[in-house]
Ligand binder design. Sequence first.
Ligand code: PLP
Length: 359
Amino acid sequence: MIYLDNQATTPLAPEAKEAMLRWLSGPESMGFANPHSAHPAGRAAMAAVEVARDQVAALLPSGGRVIFTSGATEAINQAILSVRRGGLAVSAIEHAAVIEAALASGAPVQELAVDADGLVDPEVEFAEGTGLVAVMQVNNEIGTVQPVARLAERAHAIGALLLCDAVQGAGKLAPPEGADLIAVAAHKLYGPKGIGALWVRDGVKIAPYLHGGGQEGGLRSGTLSPALCAGFGAAAALAKARMELDFQHLQGLAAAARKALPGWALNGSEVSRWPGNLNLRLDGLDVPRMMSELRDVAFSAGSACGSGSGKPSRVLKAIGLADRAAKSSVRLGFGRYTSLQEVEDACARIAAAAAAQGV
Ligand code: PLP
């Protein structure tokens, strides 16, 4: 199987797995202790959680705190539902976690359109009364990198905060500048599933989200998993150390894929983009047929949560594609562990399957 679905999730880095093992072991090692317990075993587990917190914080801007959550969806919900500051302005290509949480908040929601390149206009007018602007760093379907720093400046100018969903960019690019709240997930940066974090700039007030034992400074109750925290921390430290190397590797893979699929059009900006994602379109292509023929290549037709709906991608429609064109697009997602040979083999198979369809 050639895995080209690294926007849906990434494989666990061996270093992250290794860091988790001690906290998954049985009664003999005390690694199972509750990190909120006051005895030495609990304190040892809490020390590991705090090391992990620092490792995750090192991927994010200085001057803020990291609250561990069950994933990015929870971090985003916490940010949107516990910051009560008037209306919301949300880009049209946000992940469902942002869009659905915004709608559930009951606050007025302004949708910020994107252009044909998949970029929000940094000079867009926010509606009167906007209290929170949500714009992602890297789009999960088309890989475009948004002008977050400028949008944060403009949000601040009207007294609003900026939430950045940095799930696809964290550990891969420098952190988004100017954001007040940042959501990240371990499993998109070669860490384990089931853990994420909300970064909150110092001085920004958020209300408790999960109520209970008062963990995470009272903001997110619930017993933390030292194993998940340690895996997240180790993955974050590795991502930070390898950021440049990983980036160059992905640039090479993206260039090879574009060369191998010359007639395909790129969805989203050519320039303002993350090279680990290529969303390519070949008009007339029957994508479900191609996916069923190429069972040993794991790629997708859009976001993992939107797949299976049969509907054209909301993101591709937002950049102006007609339903037919949106349905003729595939998302190829490369990662740290993808080899050049795998990209060349997968693209050759994709090209042959498309040729067999006569497109
Ligand atoms: N935001 C983006 C951009 C994503 O790609 C995802 C996952 O696909 C999420 C948020 C939600 O992350 P999770 O499902 O890990 O909570």
